[in-house]
Design a protein around this ligand. Structure first.
Ligand code: BG6
Length: 520
């Protein structure tokens, strides 16, 4: 460590001293036999335990339909941890200590008896706070969210009462509804039995370090925020590309499609953080107020405007990294004539003083050449004199790229003279990499989210008006696509950057997609 590193360490500024301590509690996971529990939730809870971030005592109850004993569920979870943990081998002693807090409760989500069983299980802990401080994690099929919450309430386990000295909270997985109407209904059902402040709607993108850093980057640095507006920004590109295809999730994906699966939540959340105004304080409600304000200022489409601003696509067979991939219509549980989109590109406008006239291009797709999530803020070109006059479009405009994953980092692109006797310019890059600055510490988003829910901090969760506003942005798009078959311009080969129509969308406006690149 050199002298400057040392000084930088001294300047570390801690903001969460006021964070509430997490009280002893029980976490009940509904859908304990599911994929999310095995892949994400149990590994995240185990890591929190190892890092001594869980309260003492705590209990975790897995609730699901299948017959299992406490012991057999623990064994299953241990195998899952070996497979999915971010730190490969689990320490046997630590696992034993963690697993002694795991319990299983078998029951039908719709039957009262099961909830009596759950209440008995909680009572058997013989500890008041373990019985009354309860985090219910709904990782079931979305159609069961409402009934689980109703049963919990009726069984006296979920009390809609803020003033009570103990707390109960409900964490709700996505998808939260499938359109505005169903989201409103679900909100009405949930808030019948729980206050809004007891409901924690998940968007796992908000648990990612780099997504949280968007606000820090913007509002703790004076130089960038000066540029963050229509005077300086030409356009913004947000991309979440995935190398994987739909695979075994065809059944779900046929109902969702990329618009519901990715745009309504992850991409709009990233957009909100990139474009929102500074919040008045760092409190959850101030931040969420600004996000909602931003989402409300996104110009909504009339059905006729959709074709000129939104492109969908679907992959056909191709190759990714030299490996053959089947087409979407050949994936299991997908209709052979499906028109469901596996790719979406949008051109959005934020009708606010700051962003008026600046296009925001969003793009996401499956079976693309690279898995990468990025936000690229493309600045306006220089005036057409001097270098620009001579180089023309070859003179690259400046850009800041926030690389959200993988190879997390931030790059600034500007032009520099190539050393030598001849006068030549080309773009160069200043790059900050999380790994080289902070070491390879990348906790899973779910660790952070579970911790926040246990602490009762809703900043990283989606508020009722936020989820509804996001649906109101995507609903008209879906309506415009209804009953429209895909055309050839909307088909792309697996392993390419999307259909021709997506490129045309930008070239029509004198822009072009900047594809993420592997970072060496
Ligand atoms: C999920 C979607 O919400 O996010 C998946 O349902 C998608 O289809 C995933 O693959 C992407 O998340 P991440 O963290 O891998 O970028």
């Amino acid at each position: 460590m050199d002298q400057t590193d040392h000084l930088d360490e001294l300047l570390t500024c801690r903001l969460d001293y006021a964070r509430r301590t997490i009280e002893p509690c029980s976490i009940v996971i509904f859908g304990a036999s599911g994929d999310l529990t095995a892949r994400k939730l149990i590994p995240a809870l185990y890591h929190l335990f190892v890092e001594k971030q869980l309260p003492d005592p705590f209990r975790i109850i897995g609730f699901a339909r299948r017959e299992k004993t406490h012991e057999s569920w623990r064994e299953e979870m241990r195998a899952a941890l070996q497979q999915f943990s971010r730190t490969k081998e689990a320490d046997p002693a630590k696992w034993q200590a963690f697993a002694s807090n795991l319990y299983y409760c078998q029951g039908e989500f719709g039957g009262e008896k099961a909830y009596r069983g759950l209440a008995e299980q909680l009572a058997a802990f013989h500890h008041e706070t373990l019985q009354r401080n309860l985090l219910f994690y709904l990782s079931t099929s979305p159609s069961q969210f409402a009934e689980v919450v109703e049963h919990l309430h009726k069984a006296g386990l979920l009390i809609k009462d803020d003033t009570e000295k103990n707390w109960q909270r409900v964490v709700v997985e996505k998808p939260f509804g499938h359109d505005l109407r169903s989201a409103q209904e679900l909100n009405a059902d949930l808030t019948r039995y729980a206050h809004e402040k007891q409901i924690f709607r998940i968007d796992h993108y908000l648990g990612k370090e780099t997504v949280q850093n968007i606000l820090m980057f913007r509002f703790s640095n004076a130089i960038f925020e000066q540029l963050w507006n229509r005077e300086c920004v030409d356009h913004v590109q947000i991309i979440v590309s995935e190398k994987l295809g739909v695979g075994s999730r065809g059944g779900y994906y046929e109902e969702a499609g990329a618009l519901r699966d990715m745009v309504q939540n992850h991409l709009l959340q990233v957009l909100a953080l990139v474009a929102m105004e500074p919040p008045v304080t760092l409190e959850a409600e101030s931040i969420r107020d600004e996000k909602v304000k931003l989402l409300k200022s996104i110009r909504q489409f009339l059905p006729l405007q959709v074709p000129g601003n939104v492109v969908r696509g679907q992959y056909v067979a191709g190759t990714v990294d030299g490996q053959p991939r089947i087409g979407y219509r050949q994936e299991p549980k997908v209709r052979p004539d499906s028109n469901v989109e596996t790719f979406v590109a949008l051109r959005l406008f934020v009708d606010s003083w700051r962003w008026s006239g600046v296009p925001f291009y969003l793009r996401t797709g499956k079976n693309l050449p690279l898995s990468a999530s990025e936000v690229r803020v493309q600045f306006r070109p220089t005036p057409n004199v001097l270098f620009a006059a001579q180089c023309g479009p070859k003179l690259d405009a400046n850009a800041i790229t926030l690389r959200l994953q993988p190879d997390e980092g931030i790059s600034l692109r500007f032009n520099g003279k190539i050393p030598g006797a001849s006068l030549q310019l080309r773009p160069v890059r200043m790059h900050f990499s999380y790994d080289s600055e902070f070491g390879a510490y990348t906790p899973e988003a779910y660790e952070r989210l579970l911790l926040e829910a246990l602490a009762g901090d809703a900043t990283l969760f989606i508020r009722r008006d936020e989820v509804e506003t996001a649906w109101s942005i995507v609903d008209p798009i879906r309506e415009a696509w209804a009953n429209q078959s895909l055309t050839d311009r909307e088909i792309y080969q697996a392993g390419t950057w999307g259909p021709p129509a997506a490129d045309e969308l930008l070239t029509r406006h004198n822009h072009s997609w900047r594809n993420p690149r592997p970072i060496a």
